[in-house]
Ligand binder design. Structure first.
Ligand code: NDP
Length: 448
């Protein structure tokens, strides 16, 4: 699909010119602008107020040096980023990613998507994202700690419980959040909810660890239920084996599905008997090992090198939960040929635009990341509420709120799609519903 509206075409051309060599950011903006065609046609005031020109430009980009000393006494230098994209409806909120592939374009794409995702949760949070090209893989705990301390020494000047509240993402889990929080507290001398995903002994929320994966399955179940279907008895393929993939596996199984495959950046495992999740948790969360070690305990399972082969496994439901653009057109065609019924994105932008087109034109129910994986940030916002109240809610309370939020996100996206004549196009529906709330707030606040 290409843009038709002259105003949106001009905004897109400006984005490409102003942000050269950032293809992931262009891809994320283009998808949103394509969805907004009917909205802009109906609301000429948005163009008059330059609203779309403003929403594609980050409010602030912070870029900094992160020097640290490795275990051999050598000085290492990484680059840190925080992009405070949009604060129209609340303080900036979004994760930190530590991965060697991180550069400004990746953080921009993630920060941009975060605006609409956070809006969809119905909670008062703006959009932001950050990270570094640091690779925690293969580093000792002491090296990770020194890196996190150096990173936070600069970042702490720019964030705050009412300003900007980062969380985890790829490469940033409980260990990293702990080190980051300790350094923030030491420098600023304040014990506040400035990060989410914290440990339970120092302000974390029950169910935050599970939230993205569980939320993904609650969204998918609602999408299936709406069409008279469910997880029950279905074969499920999930990519990745990190935080999102592990808890998506747990919830999909609880809902009656059988998860038969998981992966990491080296390859994938296929266990036709259903994945032994306790063992995967031990390997990944405790021992930080590779997914192929799964065969040590389950020699009957298969391991294959390379990531994309996972999409050739026959399944009813596919949940990509690893990284951006991991599922391309050929993989989408393979899934369709094997009879996939629903695909929902746990990772951010895991399906290429061509893959999305294949799913939508073949009647596959497709849940886009902004809607389907919003459970993580929604629960982070619930962590912020608990920190402000200085209270901790029970697991059941948080989980029930999460489920409610995901069901609402599904229906708000489905309703917005239908209202604009795009029934069952949840990509457009999520973009439109997320956009309208932010646009309304921006219109009310003037040209700022
Ligand atoms: P983790 O770091 O816990 O796990 C990431 C998983 O994806 C690992 O199995 C990793 O394998 C794999 N992976 C990472 N990069 C690649 C790659 N280039 N190719 C193939 N596999 C890769 O991260 P999360 O589970 O937290 O995040 C996964 C996705 O979900 C990301 O897109 C993230 O933005 C998104 N997300 C996360 C949320 C959260 O709450 N954590 C919230 C919303 C979205 P390996 O170990 O080999 O690197």
């Amino acid at each position: 699909m290409s843009l038709k509206n002259e105003y949106l075409k001009k905004v897109m051309a400006d984005v490409e010119k102003r942000n050269p060599n950032e293809p992931e950011f262009h891809q994320a903006v283009r998808e949103v602008l394509e969805s907004l065609e009917p909205v802009i046609a109906k609301h000429p005031e948005f163009e008059a107020q330059g609203l779309v020109d403003r929403i594609v430009e980050p409010e602030r980009i912070i870029k900094f040096r992160v020097p640290w000393v490795d275990d051999n006494g050598n000085v290492q230098v990484n680059r840190g980023f925080r992009i405070q994209f949009n604060s129209a409806i609340g303080p900036y909120k979004g994760g930190l990613r530590f991965h060697p592939s991180v550069y400004e374009g990746i953080i921009k794409f993630l920060g941009f998507e975060q605006i609409f995702k956070n809006s969809l949760t119905g909670l008062p949070i703006g959009g932001g994202k950050g990270g570094s090209d640091f690779d925690p893989k293969g580093k000792s705990d002491a090296e990770v700690m020194r890196f996190c301390q150096s990173f936070m020494t600069e970042l702490c000047k720019h964030i705050g419980a009412d300003t900007d509240v980062p969380a985890g993402d790829i490469g940033v889990g409980g260990r990293e959040i702990g080190f980051l929080y300790g350094q923030y507290k030491k420098i600023r001398n304040e014990f506040v909810g400035v990060l989410t995903g914290k440990g339970l002994t120092y302000g974390g929320s029950l169910a935050r660890t599970q939230a993205t994966g569980y939320g993904l399955c609650y969204f998918t179940e609602e999408m299936l239920n709406d069409k008279g279907n469910s997880f029950n008895g279905k074969t499920v393929v999930i990519s990745g084996s990190g935080n999102v993939a592990i808890y998506a596996t747990e919830k999909a199984t609880q809902l009656g599905g059988k998860v038969v495959a998981l992966s990491d950046s080296n390859g994938y495992i296929y266990d036709k008997n259903g994945i032994d999740l306790d063992y995967v948790k031990q390997l990944k969360e405790v021992e930080r090992k590779r997914i192929k070690e799964y065969l040590n305990k389950h020699p009957e399972a298969e391991y294959h090198e390379g990531c994309s082969g996972i999409w050739t496994i026959k399944c009813d439901i596919a949940l990509p939960c690893a990284t951006q653009n991991e599922l391309d057109e050929a993989s989408a065609k393979a899934l369709v040929a094997n009879g996939v019924v629903a695909v929902a994105e746990g990772a951010n932008m895991p399906s290429t635009p061509e893959a999305v087109e294949v799913f939508q034109s073949n009647g596959v129910l497709f849940g886009p990341a902004k809607a389907a994986n919003a459970g993580g940030v929604a629960t982070s916002a619930l962590e912020m509420s608990q920190n402000s109240q200085r209270l901790s809610w029970t697991f059941e309370e948080v989980d029930a709120k999460l489920k409610d939020i995901m069901v609402n996100i599904y229906h708000n996206s489905a309703d917005a799609a239908e209202k604009y004549g795009l029934k069952d196009n949840f990509v457009a529906g999520a973009n439109i519903a997320g956009f309208l709330k932010v646009a309304d707030a921006m219109m009310a606040q003037g040209i700022v």
